[in-house]
Design a protein around this ligand. Structure first.
Ligand SMILES: NC(=O)c1ccc[n+]([C@@H]2O[C@H](COP(=O)([O-])OP(=O)(O)OC[C@H]3O[C@@H](n4cnc5c(N)ncnc54)[C@H](OP(=O)(O)O)[C@@H]3O)[C@@H](O)[C@H]2O)c1
Length: 268
């Protein structure tokens, strides 16, 4: 295993740790002997992930909270700091997707998706940041999406909330590189997880289907290994996926082509 000792003894806080990419990242960082704080809103799911890391589970603490309810987050952060003394990596993976057109999406649903994807992520990051500034080191990552780089049918609030994270993380980096901090955005394309199943429809209920895109995506484990490589190489943007990532280049260099074809790509 390359760079095996890179994460040994480092404190890594992972949100979205109860399934998908977050679960795979917990497994991989546990193997690398990191000290892991695993968070999501599902304690039973976190305990299952912890139990699955045989031989390393004593290094994993389950800290559940709802990203949509940030009122107690700073106390949660203070508790982890007094327990571990520091946070070396904050890897924000928790998030929720959407499968509803703009004209059928009520405003409360736009706000709900922003609460989880944007405000939950930045509240936790802002609570951890002063501790990283104090310790003069640390790496904060937030997870966007390829549709955080462009609009995409049925994903208006999702795309917008992910685009907002780019502005936040880039600013955090520019303000804090003098403090020796690192900041990166993870940009997944299609990864075989339950993200589409848990996506919210126009009524705010689970969409409940595994989309073709996710079904044909890379595995969560491949995604986790790419993220680990990106962290080690200190990449500002960590691209995670396969051939679908070409859409990022098409949007950037051939926008006319993007707008001609993007609505013909299967969005469910
Ligand atoms: N899979 C893809 O193709 C893909 C593509 C682009 C971007 N992404 C992004 O990658 C990240 C990880 O997603 P995934 O693919 O691994 O999907 P996933 O398996 O559905 O994982 C989502 C994670 O977010 C957590 N979460 C959702 N709502 C929460 C809330 N209110 N409070 C706390 N935790 C919450 C879930 O935990 P609970 O058990 O508590 O619900 C779960 O652990 C997400 O930010 C997603 O937007 C994924």
């Amino acid at each position: 295993m390359k760079n095996k000792s890179f994460f040994k003894g480092k404190v890594a806080w992972i949100t979205g740790a109860s399934s998908g990419i977050g679960e795979a990242l917990v497994n991989e960082l546990a193997k690398r002997e990191a000290i892991i704080i695993a968070s999501s809103n599902d304690l039973a799911g976190l305990e299952r992930v912890k139990a699955g890391c045989s031989g390393h589970s004593e290094n994993i603490s389950c800290v559940p909270f709802d990203l949509a309810d940030t009122s107690g987050l700073s106390q949660i952060v203070d508790k982890q700091i007094s327990r571990f003394g520091r946070i070396d990596y904050l890897i924000n993976l928790g998030g929720i997707s959407q499968r509803a057109r703009i004209d059928e999406t009520p405003l409360w649903l736009d706000r709900k998706i922003f609460e989880v994807n944007y405000f939950g992520t930045i509240t936790l990051s802002k609570a951890v940041l002063p501790h990283m500034i104090n310790q003069k080191s640390g790496h904060i990552l937030a997870t966007s999406s390829i549709s955080g780089r462009f609009g995409f049918p049925l994903r208006s609030a999702y795309s917008a909330s992910k685009q907002a994270l780019h502005g936040f993380i880039e600013t955090l980096y520019l303000e804090n590189k003098k403090n020796n901090l690192r900041a990166s955005v993870i940009i997944p394309g299609r990864v075989r997880t339950a993200i589409s199943i848990h996506a919210l429809n126009a009524e705010g209920k689970e969409y409940g289907k595994l989309d073709e895109g996710q079904a044909n995506g890379i595995t969560p484990n491949q995604a986790a290994l790419t993220i680990i490589k990106g962290i080690i190489r200190n990449k500002r943007e960590i691209l995670v996926g396969s051939s679908e990532l070409i859409m990022l280049h098409i949007r950037r260099y051939f926008p006319w082509l993007f707008f001609r074809i993007a609505d013909r790509i299967k969005s469910t």
